[in-house]
Design a protein around this ligand. Structure first.
Ligand code: HEM
Length: 407
């Protein structure tokens, strides 16, 4: 008789051959064959990819997606060695969540991701599409974290996030009804990252450490550093970050890092100096104000370094675009966790190598010979103002295989 794992692998092969549509089939087969559950009643109404929210997001006047305003990432540790019974409980709990809230900014978006710690625990790290995190810059000494899983929640109403967290983990109700299965039966919450993204929210949090109380932060700035991010042309599409074939098809990889911001000096710079560090010395504040749904860069970064003695964060990371398309889908958000301004940098990419290449481009070591004023941190994008304090890697399965991949 084939082993459970062989069955799953066989089914995954069928899925990749059939493309994303096959993910739903995998769900049905996995439900009935593996988890012995009825088909997911919400599957047809929800995207097959957990990370697919673009169709449900609001957009601005230029067609750029607007992130939900509030975010929570719950970092999870398994209470016990994994079993099929646990996989059933997790799938049932996620269905309760799907039934309780609409898949929209007014309701709740959720992603269950599996960390490098989980894959190591089940002896499958070598087969997994993610590895343990690494140090990726010479200027930081982050904690390298290996969680079992993460639940990413986002919504426009912060009380929805708390309601969902209480209902899933702490014996509360979900949107007023008592769930039959809870993630808390299987996982312990071992870490919690919270934050916000959107017009007006940073200006309301300048009492945090790391940012001056009188920072000249535009009232409508969505991010602490005073700029907006996520223009359509600067984001990888959901398709571009989706794994296309093999046993992990339909999923993606997720990197989560924690950045601490020190913005005193940042806000003592002129706006044009800040634009040079965030975007490029080739752009002025007025150029940035005129951007709509893309940020075109003409000319190379070494030339810009030679001419301006400063390089921008954006022009550096845009170097790794492939055929003009960015590799990362950024879903990061501001935070004041621990009373300090920062960013929880959360990105999806087809492969973690895409993240590593982007982060190397951001380090800018290759520009050292172009300007002696561009140093490891100084005049080098935003590196002088951020410190990476933690990193973790995850795999995000498609909805149909979200409970205990590879078990
Ligand atoms: C405090 C932390 C950060 C801030 C405030 C920040 C801010 C920004 C801003 C304002 C843009 C321009 C986007 C637009 O105009 O739409 C941008 C682009 C980008 N950033 Fe960051 N960023 C941060 C950290 C990072 C990190 C850690 C990475 C990954 C290593 C990263 C990767 C990117 C990428 C890939 C782009 C788009 C590149 C392209 O257009 O091809 N950022 N960032």
């Amino acid at each position: 008789m084939p082993s459970r794992r062989a069955i799953i692998r066989g089914l995954a092969g069928v899925t990749s051959a059939a493309g994303f549509a096959g993910c739903t089939r995998l769900l049905t087969r996995r439900d009935t064959v593996e988890l012995n559950l009825p088909s997911n009643p919400h599957a047809d109404a929800l995207p097959a990819r957990q990370h697919a929210v673009d169709d449900a997001l609001r957009t601005d006047e230029h067609g750029n997606s607007l992130a939900p305003r509030y975010h929570t990432v719950l970092l999870l540790g398994l209470r016990n060695p994994p079993t099929v019974e646990h996989a059933r409980t997790v799938e049932r709990a996620m269905r309760e969540l799907e039934g309780a809230y609409d898949w929209s900014p007014d309701g709740l978006f959720h992603v269950l991701a599996w960390g490098s710690g989980y894959f190591e625990r089940i002896g499958e790290l070598a087969a997994a599409p993610v590895d343990h995190p690494e140090v990726l810059s010479r200027t930081d000494d982050p904690k390298l974290e290996t969680y079992d899983a993460a639940l990413v929640l986002s919504a426009d109403d912060p009380s929805t996030l708390l309601d969902a967290e209480r209902g899933l983990f702490h014996g509360g109700s979900l949107a007023g009804s008592t769930p039959d299965a809870r993630l808390g039966d299987v996982f312990r919450v071992v870490g919690r990252r919270t934050g916000f993204m959107g017009e007006g929210l940073p200006a309301a949090h300048t009492d945090a450490d790391g940012i001056p109380d009188d920072a000249p932060l535009p009232k409508d700035a969505p991010m602490f550093m005073g700029f907006k991010s996520g223009r359509r042309g600067t984001q990888a599409t959901e398709d571009r970050v989706t794994i296309e074939e093999g046993p992990f098809a339909g999923g993606t990889t997720m990197h989560l890092s924690r950045l601490r911001q020190s913005l005193e000096t940042w806000f003592s710079l002129s706006r044009n100096e800040r634009v040079a560090r965030m975007f490029s010395g080739t752009l002025t504040g007025e150029d940035v104000d005129a951007l709509t749904d893309d940020v075109p860069f003409e000319g190379g970064v070494p030339e810009a370094a030679r001419e301006h003695d400063v390089v921008g964060h954006h022009e550096k990371v845009a170097r790794v675009r492939e055929d003009g398309d960015p590799l990362l889908l950024r879903r990061d958000f501001n935070t004041v966790d621990g009373g300090h301004a920062g960013v929880h940098f959360l990105s999806y990419q087809r492969s973690l190598a895409d993240f590593q290449a982007t982060r190397k481009a951001m380090n800018g070591w290759y520009l050292r010979d172009d300007s002696e004023r561009v140093r490891e941190r100084r005049n080098n994008g935003i590196l002088d103002f951020i410190t990476v304090t933690a990193r973790a890697n995850f795999y995000v399965p498609p909805r149909g295989g979200r409970s205990f991949p590879l078990l």
